[in-house]
Write a protein of this length. Structure first.
Lengths: 105, 105
């Protein structure tokens, strides 16, 4: 349980027809490419029951600076470049200030 | 780390002007009202930098049945009824199947 103000990210994207699982694998690879000390605390990748090609994801970071540094790093940016051609459109999403986080896992 | 398929929820809502913090307090009360054994594993409440009246939240549940039973329970539904008048519009959101969850917290 925490009321620390972590930096949060929500993103939603749709893959080209039939390419969703490749997109998930690349997202996962991108998250790992940042390394264990990137400041990325938690993430989830979720399929959407209403659309077989859509995923949404959430991320919690220690702070915005860690997010920016990691996502711009060469290792992560290289994965992002491989991921973009799988998308059917522009990703949507929001940044956030996580005012409350509770974790029982 | 887990690849168990938990049930996930994303929701986004906008409060009447100036009422966001009351909305956050009620959301928090609603999450707690389900009790410790509700099946709600993780949640976050996030403010949105682009709009001072908007919040978005994420939830991870053990499964859909736990989510449905808890959100329909009297204690949680009573909080939901108090929350609705604070909203400026209809909430948006998605359900999901959490195909990958990683937690370093």
């Amino acid at each position: 349980m925490s009321d620390a103000h972590m930096f949060s990210v929500y993103g939603r994207m749709t893959a080209l027809p039939g390419r969703r699982d490749e997109l998930i694998a690349l997202l996962h690879e991108g998250f790992r490419a940042g390394g264990d000390d990137s400041g990325l605390l938690t993430y989830s990748i979720n399929t959407a029951p209403e659309d077989p090609d859509t995923i949404w994801m959430t991320q919690l970071w220690t702070d915005r600076a860690a997010h920016d540094a990691t996502t711009r790093s060469g290792a992560v940016a290289a994965v992002t470049q491989r991921l973009l051609p799988l998308l059917a459109g522009k990703p949507e999403g929001s940044y956030g200030d996580a005012v409350y986080v509770h974790d029982r896992t």
